[in-house]
Design a protein around this ligand. Structure first.
Ligand SMILES: *Cc1c(COP(=O)(O)O)cnc(C)c1O
Length: 226
């Protein structure tokens, strides 16, 4: 547990240094703690260290954590693939969904978002390279897809998310993230008002910050044993 606190403090420091080094505004990069492999006790340790936003990939694992931690007023982000039969609970229990790549799923989330809650914050998941994970839409389809999503009344389209292929070379890591940033700027030129780039994981978040990430999604760097 001490390890988690140390990891968080060290990572927050790294984010701050990267903001400064790459001429990003101080505080413009949010740390989203990916707690999909973490217990309730571990999440409480992260909360004690100052974190308030957590990301989960599997609804069945996330639901008991969200319930147990309900009085802490945390923000929950869904980051995994979504099946149709899970949309209702996701619409009811999460603040953000980063993994939108099907209109049908987005439509269900919009319809099932409770009336008393604010619109669900959404990122469209983009597949940057041919070799990337199967989730995500292609950049060529983004403009039309974003137009459809932005019509859904109970969703708020905030930005783009990607999970690039794992590579170790820093300047090659930056290329994929730059493409996501360019795609967001192009949408905004067309009249969209996106403000979020959800990109960068434990192995590549510095490159993502260099290219404009506003949310980095870190699991291992915070909760891992290494
Ligand atoms: C698990 C996961 C992460 C965190 O990955 P780490 O390498 O542990 O930092 C980030 N984003 C998504 C979509 C994930 O599934």
């Amino acid at each position: 547990m001490v390890k988690i606190t140390d990891n968080i403090n060290k990572t927050l420091q790294q984010i701050k240094q990267a903001e400064s080094k790459y001429h990003r505004e101080p505080g413009s990069v949010q740390l989203l703690a990916i707690s999909k492999r973490s217990s309730i006790v571990e999440i409480k340790t992260a909360v004690a260290a100052g974190l308030t936003a957590f990301g989960e990939s599997y609804l069945q694992d996330a639901a008991p954590k969200i319930e147990a931690l309900a009085d802490l007023n945390l923000k929950w982000h869904f980051i995994g693939p979504i099946q149709s039969n899970k949309t209702k609970l996701i619409a009811e229990n999460f603040n953000w969904v980063h993994s939108i790549d099907r209109v049908k799923i987005a439509r269900r989330l919009s319809e099932q978002r409770p009336a008393h809650a604010p619109p669900l914050d959404i990122c469209i998941q983009i597949k940057i390279g041919e070799e990337d994970t199967k989730s995500g839409i292609l950049l060529a389809d983004l403009s039309r897809f974003a137009a459809e999503i932005s019509r859904l009344p109970r969703l708020k389209l905030r930005g783009l998310m990607t999970i690039p292929k794992q590579i170790t070379d820093f300047s090659t890591q930056r290329l994929a993230f730059r493409k996501l940033h360019t795609a967001m700027l192009a949408l905004n030129e067309q009249g969209f008002t996106l403000d979020t780039l959800s990109m960068g994981m434990s192995a590549d978040f510095i490159a993502a910050i260099a290219e404009g990430a506003t949310i980095v999604r870190l699991g291992n760097a915070l909760f891992g044993s290494s």
